[in-house]
Design a protein around this ligand. Structure first.
Ligand code: SAM
Ligand code: DTB
Ligand code: SF4
Length: 351
């Protein structure tokens, strides 16, 4: 289709640098995913005029996710607290437990976990995510129990995801053999800001675990957190790191900091909802095929802000009244919200 003079004029006037290509794309095949996004391109997207950014994210969403499905992922902490890492945002770190007062709990029994997974499926979840406050996986009886949980969740014909800290290639292979769908390991923030947030393991450690998971043939779930005091460049660099992975992570959780009392980040200012909308929209544009999950911090959003996040390309949420240790939105409210937005719950399947 010929480019109109109006389009060209708008583009030449617009700081968004010609990213408005929606009309030109109608009927065109999907462009290949890019893995070479530059930091300044991503900063431009993050701070584009809001409606321009939303238009672009909507265009990508229409091309790649026309079915309007929202994935419901239920989350369970299978081993809580006493983590040796010092992540400044995390209520489960042993470094802050005197101040947070969080009680540690040892690994749950397989049957208890599977009965919770069954309830989650009955409530409409298609994915069950299990989180352990470990620095890394250790071979032995606890890991064997986690493998049994994964097998049990898969037998319920749900997708199974775990987040257990660092894993070796051999451990990732064992998880793959148990049928694991995805492994969650977040980059959390930019490589430059990372050392201000976590000192007990490196960005390279994180990337290595992600590579081990990918090599084992398990899907990668990796995202980050906004609201920790990072700059817009840090947000761009986080998204750039994620979008440089080839293939892109199949799931990208976008968390807004939940400032838990007793953690070093307890006094951080609340994330402005439109900042979250911008982060979601930019992730959608950069990683068109991924599930972009509106994650922690959703409880602080009103219905309209959540709908804006769906409009911006979020197509997955954590579902159920609890995240790991903090509260999440009411499940019935979420089902009503999805219906009000004209979206549909992604059905469970054995894939
Ligand atoms: N220990 C494992 C790890 O760090 O990979 C798994 C559990 S950890 C709690 C999973 C993720 O939850 C973190 O990477 C972080 O992105 C997110 N998270 C933890 N506490 C949070 C908070 N207070 N607000 C927002 N996100 C948080
Ligand atoms: C992710 O990115 N967010 C989830 C999940 N992956 C494991 C965890 C959010 C935790 C929020 C704080 C808490 O409940 O302890
Ligand atoms: Fe431990 Fe994970 Fe919390 Fe960091 S985010 S303290 S690794 S549970």
């Amino acid at each position: 289709m010929a480019r109109s003079l109006v389009t060209e004029t708008l583009e030449s006037l617009n700081p968004f640098k010609g990213l408005i290509r929606q009309a030109e794309r109608e009927g065109e095949p999907r462009p290949a995913s890019r893995h070479d996004w530059q930091t300044d391109e991503i900063v431009d997207l993050l701070q584009a005029p809001l409606f321009e950014l939303l238009d672009e994210a909507r265009a990508v969403n229409r091309q790649y996710h026309a079915d309007g499905q929202v994935q419901l992922a239920s989350l369970l902490s299978i081993k809580t607290g006493a983590c040796p890492e010092d992540c400044k945002y995390c209520p489960q770190s042993a470094h802050y437990s005197k101040k947070t007062g969080l009680e540690r709990e040892s690994l749950l029994d397989v049957d208890d976990v599977l009965s919770k997974a069954k309830l989650a499926k009955e409530a409409g979840a298609s994915r069950f995510c299990m989180g352990a406050a470990w620095r890394q996986v250790k071979d032995g009886p606890d890991f064997d129990k986690v493998l049994a949980m994964v097998r049990g969740v898969r037998a319920l014909e749900m997708e199974a995801c775990v987040t257990l800290g660092m894993v070796t290639k051999d451990q990732a292979d064992r998880l793959a053999d148990a049928g694991l769908t995805a492994y969650n390991h977040n980059l959390d923030t930019s490589p430059e800001f990372y050392g201000d947030i976590i000192t007990t393991r490196t960005y390279e450690d994180r990337l290595k675990t992600i590579a081990n998971v990918r090599e084992a043939g398990v899907e990668v779930c990796s995202g980050g957190i906004i609201g920790m005091g990072e700059t817009i460049e840090d947000r761009a660099r986080l998204l750039q790191e994620l979008a440089t992975l080839d293939p892109h992570p199949e799931s990208v959780p976008i968390n807004a900091l939940v400032p838990v009392p007793g953690t070093p980040l307890e006094s951080q200012a609340k994330v402005e909802p439109l900042e979250l909308v911008r982060m979601v929209a930019t992730a959608r544009i950069l990683m068109p095929t991924s599930f972009v999950r509106l994650s922690a911090g959703r409880e602080a959003l009103n219905r309209e802000a959540q709908i804006l996040c769906f409009l911006a390309g979020a197509n997955s949420i954590f579902y159920g009244d609890k995240l790991l240790t903090t509260a999440n939105n009411d499940a019935a409210d979420d089902r009503a919200l999805i219906e009000a937005a004209g979206l549909r719950i992604k059905p469970a399947c054995a894939s």
